[in-house]
Structures are given as structure tokens and as C-alpha cells.
Design a protein around this ligand. Structure first.
Ligand SMILES: [Zn+2]
Length: 339
């Protein structure tokens, strides 16, 4: 397998990069690692770091590349831990985004909206084009790692393709967001594509995983990423062994859930984490009103699994005030799925 300057013979490993020439003459290097199994099999492409503040997946891909042994692998693993080095170095979701500018304000800057890229386009379009040509289009299976903000549990996201849903189940996160076929309508209104959508159109099977927590490295989320990649490889027969752990999946937006609002303003002090199982009437948070010098208990109204616990509102991932644990009276503070 050859990807950019990286190459690996059967039964070996290789590293290198995919180079991208920008309009202003700068060259960007996206790192690549290849593990070529001793036996032939499927090609799995895993990337992270399209968005510069979503770094759990970056660590997960590097750790996977370190762990994989060619002699125990069937097929080919291609890992790109930082798909968008410009955004990582700029420490912003998209290269060129201003301070606290809403995430969706300029879709053409968002690398995960412009696949399969354009060799003469913006920085993100050029990066995507070269990764597409060198790596993504050679893959049978595609995993794209992202991170939602820290108030929600990790989840996998897939479109309507049945094989992709099976891949998401194998990845093994509890929460799955599965498409309902509304994509065609959306593409008419907003004609942009994620890497998973472009890969599926090409015939590949693809999923995205949101490994909870942005702007920092969350060890639990990194572990979920590494385990998810290995689970998928076990399902595809690329690695020996059982997928772990078996999971009762919860489908976001489809399975029944209870949304909890706060009756008062205050600072949220969580007592459980997103992903935790809770009992009816279990205290899941305290809300401290520092002005009234009062503390109120937030109890779960149902037995269930916490998906979200914390402030809610748009642009939580890029706007600092939105990341603050102060809850406005009447706003949604928790989402708990039934179990
Ligand atoms: Zn992302």
C-alpha cells in the first residue's frame, strides 16, 4: 500500500505524509501511518483531526498505529491522525475561523463539508482532495473521528446505509445516531458532503464517531476510540478476538427519552457523567445559585442512561460563554434515555 510518501510491504509498517500545496505556496503535511497485514483482506481508513479542537481521535489513531502488529493483521490499516494540520495548529474548528465565530458560519471553511475536495479550492478543499486521492478512495471501510462538547456522551453517526449501521453497532458505543434517508433533501438545500457521505457514494461503508470532549484530551474518550476501531477490525475479520464490550444500543432521536429543564438559574455541579446509568429520583447534579446562596438538587425523573448533562444552546463548541456551567432558568439541562 502507498499513501503519499508512506508505503508498507505485506507484513510491514510504514509512515510518511500526504503533502498539499496551498495557493500561497505553503506546503502542508498530513501524517500517515500504514500497517499492512501478513494476510490479504479489507482496507480500513481511519482519520481524525478534521476539526482542530477535536483531539481525542488524534490520540486514538496514533495509539492504534502503535498497537497494531502486522503479523496479527489481515488486510490493511491506513491511519491519518491529523487530517487538517492547519486547524490543529490554529487550535480552531476550521482553519481561518475567527475567535468565537459560530462553527457553522462559513461552511466552505469546514473540512467535513467539502468532500471529496477540490485541487484548486480553499485550504480545506485542497487537503481533502489529496487525502481523498491518496487514501480514502482506496478504502473499503472509512472511520472519521470527531468530538462533541463534554456535556454529551460519545456516539457514532451513520447515514441510511444498512452496512454502515452494522459497522456502528460493532464500534460499540452505547449511543448511535442513524440517518433516516433525509440526506437527499438536505443536499438539495445545502449541497455539501461529509467524508462519510462521499465515501458511501463511492461504495465504501463508513461511520463517524464523536468521542466526547473538545479542546483537551479525555482519556476515557480516547479509550473508546481505540476500542471502537479494534472492535470494527474484529468484526471485519482483520483482527482475531471478540468485540468488547457487547452493548445495548440507544438510538438518538428515535428511542424514548426524557428532557429535563431547570427551574432556576445556577451553576451546575454534575454528580454523574454522560453515559452513566441512573435510577429514578437519583440525584444527578446540584445547582448552586451563588447569588441567593442556595443549592438545589437535580434528580432524574426516570430510570435511564444520561446522554446529556450540562448547559444547552447553540455554538457550545466554539463560544467560551456557552461552555460555562451556568444554567439559565427554564433551559434544558439533561437528556435521559430509557433503559
Ligand atoms: Zn468534528
Amino acid at each position: 500500500m502507498n499513501v503519499g510518501t508512506a508505503s508498507a510491504e505485506r507484513g510491514g509498517k510504514g509512515t510518511g505524509c500526504v503533502k498539499t500545496l496551498l495557493q500561497d505556496g505553503r506546503v502542508v503535511r498530513a501524517p500517515v501511518g500504514i500497517v499492512e497485514g501478513k494476510d490479504e483482506g479489507p482496507v480500513l481508513y481511519v482519520q481524525a483531526g478534521q476539526h482542530g479542537m477535536e483531539i481525542n481521535g488524534v490520540v486514538a489513531v496514533v495509539k492504534t498505529l502503535q498497537r497494531l502488529k502486522p503479523e496479527l493483521l489481515r488486510g490493511t490499516f491506513v491511519g491519518v491522525p491529523v487530517a487538517n494540520p492547519l486547524a490543529l495548529v490554529q487550535r480552531r474548528p476550521h482553519y481561518g475561523l475567527g475567535p468565537e465565530e459560530p462553527y457553522g458560519s462559513r461552511p466552505h471553511l469546514n473540512m467535513n463539508r467539502i468532500w471529496p475536495g477540490n485541487p484548486n479550492g480553499s485550504e480545506a478543499e485542497r487537503l481533502a482532495h489529496n487525502l481523498w486521492e491518496e487514501a480514502v478512495q482506496k478504502a473499503d471501510y472509512v472511520i472519521d473521528l470527531h468530538s462533541y462538547e463534554r456535556w454529551s456522551a460519545s456516539c457514532t453517526i451513520v447515514g441510511a446505509k444498512k452496512e454502515s449501521l452494522e459497522l456502528a453497532k460493532a464500534f460499540g458505543l452505547r449511543f448511535i445516531s442513524a440517518g433516516d434517508g433525509g440526506k437527499e433533501k438536505r443536499l438539495v438545500e445545502e449541497p455539501w458532503k461529509m467524508v462519510t457521505e462521499a465515501a458511501e457514494e463511492r461504495g465504501a461503508t463508513a461511520l463517524a464517531a464523536e468521542l466526547a470532549g473538545q479542546w483537551d484530551i479525555y482519556p476515557k474518550s480516547v479509550q473508546e476510540g481505540v476500542r471502537g476501531i479494534e472492535n470494527v477490525m474484529k468484526k471485519l475479520g482483520m483482527l482475531e478476538g471478540e468485540q468488547a464490550p457487547p452493548t445495548n444500543h440507544v438510538y438518538l432521536g428515535k428511542d424514548p427519552c426524557t428532557r429535563v429543564s431547570m427551574e432556576r438559574d445556577g451553576l451546575l455541579m454534575a454528580l454523574v457523567e454522560p453515559g452513566d446509568e441512573v435510577e429514578k429520583d437519583q440525584r444527578i447534579a446540584s445547582v448552586l445559585d451563588p447569588l441567593a446562596l442556595e443549592e438545589a438538587a437535580l434528580n432524574s425523573p426516570v430510570r435511564g442512561i444520561v446522554y446529556h448533562l450540562g448547559p444547552s444552546g447553540p455554538d457550545r463548541d466554539v463560544q467560551l460563554p456557552r461552555m460555562h456551567p451556568f444554567i439559565d432558568k427554564g433551559s434544558e439541562v439533561a437528556v435521559i434515555y430509557a433503559r
